[in-house]
Design a binder for this molecule. Structure first.
Ligand code: DON
Length: 575
């Protein structure tokens, strides 16, 4: 019988200043470690951004399912209860570890570009980027990938039928769930766009007023669409009734998708990126994510210093310099590996990292323009991540998204499917920053069937003693959230401490270190400024990191849910 051993329930985000973090020790107190490591985890652990999703995943484990069944249930439930963040109108990346074969696989369910989305289609008459087209409505949407991933992961890796894994999400779509403040806030900020569209009004203004926290949101059309997916698999979404409604909605709002672009959509299984960092084997996202390449670059640069022995200013300086360099390379080189040749092996090599390290002055900021932008507007933290380990040792790290708040804002009438606005992740106009202030050039230009470059970075890290699964939303900040998470585990933090850890970020352009309020002491800010860094230390908290970890010596599991998101939940079940 499975029983709940420990529930690390969502924690209210007590203060915007992160001062609560002062009470969490940087290093977990050393415990006397048994000499042997366990062969398997003692049970399952799941951390996700919504309690109903964590519960749906645990229901699969209780029914005899594995981590992959749980992943499908969590993913589908997040698509219902977090329409602000992800959904079956969007895409995602699933990083899987199959304990039976010992193999890791990266399931790429990124959206693809429709043929109609030529670069010219996103320019205003005077040649500027048409931001409205890039981020709102039918032109901003890529061909969805998430439904195909749910079918693929369930059928190839799961033990339970797809129908079983989708059942909790279908029930909650039909019966409704309680709207929480972040959904209400997000709706308010996207309202003008969303209410342009008939299908969106039908879902979100069903009772005549915009969604309010505490009310129940029912999505009967989405329940029917998920039921068709459960009954017919891939064809239930990409062909027939649902596909026809998606095509009609895009057309009605002035865009153009071809039926073959939907029916021809396929997930791709790719080899994840692997590299070593101070005794850890890191397994992470390959292109079309830029995250894994950047994490490999940054960690290999940082491996040249004993970060723990440095004061906060020095440590922050070196981390920011590594971020600056990785983001510069992201801008220039990375895109969809099926369309562009990229120097991934070189960028992720130890030699390249050594060269980059040598270019970092120990106490002076490198101006970004010397490495060869305009400011990055801050978005709310959308996109969503969940992390799972099961008792067999299977693991799943998934980041999924519709891109910005409520994606394109366009729900295809009669389907409940809110389409993504992922096209903005392409370099639609070379050198013009997207919504996250990151830009790109030819490698990330749109082309029919091409996948837009992503920052989503689902990751595993494993040493002889410990295993952790982690990831986060946050646009370009995903990469630095995951980097800081890895450094936190390397410092000996537990999963909950890693999720709560204060954040800093640098993305080459704009040339500024941003930090959550309270993340850096005033003395550190002064010291960084004296080195020549611009520092914006007053940012409101960002991110929503979800992580689980297994201590192989103590044979214990821990879940960590980001305290910045009060509706998240991490849970551990032992046999
Ligand atoms: O794939 C990407 O990198 C983005 N579409 C993720 C968007 C995101 O994290 C939104 N959150 N702020």
């Amino acid at each position: 019988m499975l029983k709940t051993l420990r529930v690390l329930a969502s924690q209210a985000f007590l203060t915007a200043s992160l001062s609560f973090l002062a009470t969490s020790p940087l290093h977990a107190a050393p415990k006397p470690a048994p000499a042997k490591t366990a062969a398997h985890p003692p049970g399952a652990a799941i951390a996700s951004a919504h309690a109903l999703a964590t519960q749906a995943g645990m229901d699969m484990i209780r029914q005899g399912g594995n981590a992959f069944d749980a992943a499908v249930a969590v993913s589908a439930m997040l698509s219902v209860v977090e329409p602000i963040s992800s959904g079956i109108g969007g895409g995602g990346f699933f990083l899987l570890h199959d304990a039976k074969t010992g193999k890791d696989v990266f399931v790429d369910a990124r959206e693809t570009s429709p043929e109609s989305a030529t670069p010219q289609a996103f320019l205003t008459p005077d040649g500027q980027l048409d931001n409205d087209r890039a981020t709102n409505g039918p032109w901003s949407a890529g061909i969805p990938g998430l439904p195909a991933a749910l079918v693929h992961v369930s059928q190839k890796y799961g033990r339970l039928p797809l129908k079983t894994a989708l059942a909790p999400a279908i029930r909650v779509a039909r019966e409704g769930f309680e709207i929480y403040p972040r959904l209400e806030r997000g709706y308010a900020s996207r309202r003008a766009v969303m209410e342009r569209y008939r299908g969106t009004r039908e879902v979100f203004l069903a009772d005549g007023t915009p969604p309010r926290a505490g009310e129940i949101l029912k999505q009967p059309d989405l329940a029917n669409t998920l039921q068709l997916l459960a009954d017919k698999g891939f064809d239930g979404f990409y062909k027939g009734e649902v596909a026809n409604r998606l095509l009609a909605a895009v057309k009605e709002e002035g865009g153009h998708w071809r039926a073959e672009e939907l029916s021809g959509y396929r997930v791709k299984e790719r080899e994840p990126l692997h590299f070593k960092y101070r005794g850890w084997d890191i397994t992470t996202a390959p292109p079309p994510s830029s995250g894994g390449v950047a994490i490999a670059q940054m960690l290999q640069i940082l491996a040249g210093w004993d970060l723990e022995s440095l004061d906060e200013a020095k440590r922050t300086h070196l981390i920011a310099e590594s971020m600056r360099r990785a983001f510069r390379d992201r801008t220039i080189y990375l895109g969809d590996p099926d369309f562009v040749k990229m120097p991934v092996a070189r960028l992720t090599s130890a030699d390249y990292a050594a060269g980059q390290r040598a270019s970092i002055h120990p106490s002076k900021a490198t101006p970004s323009e010397l490495l060869s932008g305009p400011p990055a507007p801050l978005e709310d933290d959308e996109t969503t991540h969940y992390s799972i380990i099961d008792a067999q040792g299977n693991r799943v790290s998934t980041t999924q998204t519709v891109n910005l708040l409520y994606g394109s804002g366009l729900v295809a009438p009669g389907t409940g499917v809110l389409l993504n606005d992922e096209m903005d992740d392409f370099a639609l106009r070379p050198g013009t920053p997207n919504a996250f202030g990151v830009m790109g050039f030819a490698a990330n230009a749109p082309a029919p069937g091409k996948r837009m470059l992503s920052s989503m970075t689902p990751t595993f890290m494993e040493s002889g003693d410990r295993l952790a699964v982690l990831g986060a939303p946050g646009g370009s900040r995903i990469i630095t959230e995951v980097l800081l998470g890895i450094l936190g585990y390397d410092d000996g933090m537990g999963a909950q401490q890693v999720a709560a850890k204060p954040r800093i970020h640098h993305q080459w352009m704009p040339d500024v270190i941003t930090a959550e309020q309270g993340a850096l002491s005033p003395e550190t800010v002064k010291a960084l400024e004296a080195m020549g860094h611009k520092v914006n230390a007053g940012e409101k908290p960002w991110g929503n990191l979800q992580t689980v970890s297994w201590d192989k010596r103590a044979n214990t599991l821990e879940g960590g849910t980001d305290p910045r998101n009060p509706v998240g939940k991490a849970e551990v079940l032992v046999k």
